[in-house]
Each structure stands twice: as structure tokens, then as C-alpha cells.
Design a protein around this ligand. Structure first.
Ligand SMILES: C[S@@+](CC[C@H](N)C(=O)[O-])C[C@H]1O[C@@H](n2cnc3c(N)ncnc32)[C@H](O)[C@@H]1O
Length: 272
């Protein structure tokens, strides 16, 4: 059974979700929200969305709010999704850092980890002596559920459709026996990545040294224009002069005020 949500209840959830995550749910998302949350109401044995709203907002641990966000957010991702960005990293960014052999990257809405592991594979495969490089990738997301999956570094075989077989061999361990069909990331690749829960709505991020590259792909599409603008301008502060911002292929900063130079449709560079 699906619970019905009143216009007032929908408005309450919309405001809460927007204030906390920046995710902007349009009027047309009312039935989607109701259907995504109905099972949770049933599991908690609640009668109405108002009761659920009270539970979410009165929970001092904020666990229920995290669960709510997990239910409404879209975590779709893939290894080598939108591959032009990884080609650009390999061909345009890495050669310029060959002398210093150091790169700092932030995968800022990393979902279940395919994006940061793809970045790490691109780094290892894209330079002549990876062991002599200092690679560091910060991978973050708002959802603790997807971060736990990402940090486990474990994926079913069918997730690797777009990964070259030699990359799989070099960077993942094939499970045997009961683990057959499951691949686990090898320690050298895992060591390059730090996973952390970060909310893109925060004013400050725990990043001390400016970055060479920020991936913010397929999340800004859920934010309204003012939220996108604030975020993109924040990213600018965390990048080195000459650093890059990659956004998703269906996203655009065309209507957003920002100080970046546009290099290609989804690639932006901080001048200097
Ligand atoms: C569709 S996935 C994108 C994954 C990956 N970047 C890609 O392009 O394949 C969007 C992710 O954004 C995360 N997200 C949504 N709002 C967020 C926020 N305010 N701060 C950080 N992450 C957020 C969601 O939890 C979800 O995992």
C-alpha cells in the first residue's frame, strides 16, 4: 500500500530536504516522494507522513534524516562514466604535473565509489612510474550508505563492463569460492583514496591544500540555480590557479555566474 501525502506534508519535506541537502524537489515530485518513503513508514508502523516528519526532525542522532536522504537521492554511477573526463585527465592534466609528480583530486559526490576508483586507475595507468607519484583522492558524499559501499571496494563482476580487462587484473582481486563473481580493489588503489561524509551545502570543507581537480558530476542537476552558483564559487576557492572542475554531461553552468574559464562543455579551469 502507498501512503498518500497532503500538499502541506509535501511542502514540509521539500523545505527540509532543500535546507539540508540543496536537493530541490519540484511540485511534480510529490508522488515520487510518497512512493519512495511509503515503505519506510510501513516499516516504522507509522500512519501518516506528518508522523514521519516528526520522527525525522526530532531524532537527535539524525540517523533517520540520513535514511530519508538515502531513499530520495539517486546514486546511479558507473566505472568510466562519461569517459572524456578521464581522457582529459590522462592527456591534458597529468603530463603537466610530471615534474612535481603530485596530484590532489576531489570526487565530491562519489556515490558508491566507481568514480574515485576510475580516477585512481586513470592515474596509475596514465603515468610512467606510478610508484614515484604522490596521488591523493578525497572521495565524499552525503550518504553514509553509499560511502560504506564505496569504502568496501567490492563490486559484482557485471559492474565492470566498461573497464579494460587488463585494468581489472592490475587493480582488482577476483573472488574465489563463495566470493566468485565479486571483485575487490587491491590495496595500492585503495590507499590513494580517502572516503568522507561531506555535505556540499557546508560553508567550508576540510581541505587544507588547494586541489588540482574537482569532479562534481551528476549532482548539481538536483540543485536550483542559486545553490549551483554558491557551490561552484566555493569550488573555485579550493582549486589551485590552473586547476580544473568537471561537471556531468547533462549539466551546464551557462546560467550561473562563475569565475571559471570554459575549456569544453563540461570542463572548467580556474585562471592563473
Ligand atoms: C547520481 S550520483 C553521482 C555519482 C558520480 N558523481 C557520477 O557522476 O557517476 C549523485 C550523488 O550525489 C550525492 N549528493 C546529493 N546531495 C548531496 C550533497 N548535498 N552533498 C554531497 N553529496 C550529495 C548523492 O548521495 C549521490 O550519491
Amino acid at each position: 500500500m502507498e501512503y498518500s501525502i497532503t500538499a502541506e506534508e509535501f511542502q514540509q519535506f521539500r523545505t527540509l530536504i532543500y535546507d539540508e541537502s540543496g536537493i530541490s524537489l519540484g511540485e511534480q515530485k510529490k508522488s515520487l516522494l510518497a512512493s519512495r518513503l511509503s515503505k519506510r513508514l510501513r516499516d516504522l508502523d507509522l500512519g501518516t507522513f506528518s508522523e514521519y516528519y516528526a520522527k525525522v526532525t526530532q531524532d537527535p542522532t539524525r540517523e533517520e534524516f540520513t535514511r530519508l536522504l538515502d531513499l530520495i537521492s539517486t546514486n546511479k554511477t558507473d566505472f568510466f562514466r562519461e569517459p572524456k573526463h578521464f581522457d582529459f585527465l590522462r592527456d591534458q592534466i597529468l603530463p603537466g604535473l610530471e615534474r612535481v609528480k603530485r596530484i590532489r583530486i576531489w570526487s565530491s559526490a562519489c556515490s558508491t565509489g566507481e568514480e574515485p576508483y576510475t580516477i585512481a586507475m586513470t592515474l596509475y595507468e596514465g603515468v610512467a612510474n606510478p610508484d614515484r607519484w604522490d596521488f591523493k583522492i578525497l572521495a565524499s558524499d552525503l550518504s553514509t550508505r553509499v560511502l560504506a559501499k564505496a569504502a568496501s571496494g567490492t563490486y559484482d563482476e557485471d559492474r565492470f563492463r566498461d573497464v579494460p580487462p587488463e585494468f581489472i587484473k592490475r587493480h582488482f582481486l577476483r573472488g574465489r569460492g563463495e566470493q566468485s563473481g565479486v571483485f575487490k580493489v587491491k590495496p595500492h588503489l585503495a590507499a590513494a583514496i580517502t572516503f568522507r561524509r561531506l555535505n556540499l551545502m557546508d560553508d567550508h570543507f576540510p581541505i587544507k591544500n588547494q586541489l588540482d581537480l574537482i569532479f562534481c558530476r551528476n549532482v548539481m542537476i538536483y540543485f536550483d540555480r542559486p545553490t549551483q552558483e554558491t557551490l561552484v564559487n566555493k569550488f573555485h576557492r579550493y582549486l589551485k590557479p590552473g586547476g580544473y572542475l568537471f561537471i556531468g554531461h547533462s549539466e551546464s553552468l551557462q546560467w550561473v555566474n562563475h569565475p571559471f574559464k570554459s575549456i569544453a562543455p563540461t570542463i572548467y579551469q580556474k585562471e592563473g
